[in-house]
Design a protein around this ligand. Sequence first.
Ligand SMILES: Cc1ncc(COP(=O)(O)O)c(C=O)c1O
Length: 244
Amino acid sequence: MRPFFEGGVGNPNAQHSLGLEARSTLDGARAKVARLFAATPGGVIFTASATEANNLAVKGLAQRAAGRHIVTSAIEHISLIDSCRDLEKRGWSVTYVGVDADGRIDPEAVANAIRDETALVSVMAANNEIGTIQPVREIGRIARARGVPFHVDAVGRRRTRPAPRRRLPHRPAHALVERSLRPPGAGALWARASVKLAPLTVGGGRSAAIAPAPRTAGDRRDGRRGRPGAGRGRERSGAARRAA
Ligand SMILES: Cc1ncc(COP(=O)(O)O)c(C=O)c1O
């Protein structure tokens, strides 16, 4: 990331050399993130934080779903809880499944909470305050059997090597990249192609119109393109090559 923080970066949707270079670096990063989850690169959506990824997962999915009910746990991260509360204000209902004395979610309680109109089951992989590892595979299996999309907030799971496929939560609808592996200002959501997400912000039209990509140094806030100087362009080229 450092070369881009220091030297700027082109618009990855542009056809000029800086844009092509940015596109190639972005594609490389997408492939690396996808490997963490043993998943396809096309499903990776970059966000500015895990909070944004959680909001996109819950509210983005809710807005495209037919059912208006969500199942989650009472001890999720505040970004997930507040996303659910936001939906409750707009007429959705949410079941917050309780946990035992160790903070563990009982998969059976999730099974009992699922209704015909349930649009999403969302649980965290590991609790960020007490460290409890949740039985996400079992819960994922239950959600799948009931035909309900399943979301895992994987921020609390520290993983430094790609996840073997067998250890992934069963058919996750999407997952978040671990906090420990990312620089500040970056998060990611992985979504299966069949999962439809409404964008949280409009007007970007990037990242397959799901989440607008963060603004780049080549984009001006007023919508006009910046004028990267030729010299700076060459510097960025080298920086990007070093980062790749
Ligand atoms: C489990 C969990 N989910 C989501 C978040 C939000 O992460 P961010 O600070 O990137 O928004 C955190 C942050 O601590 C977390 O622990």
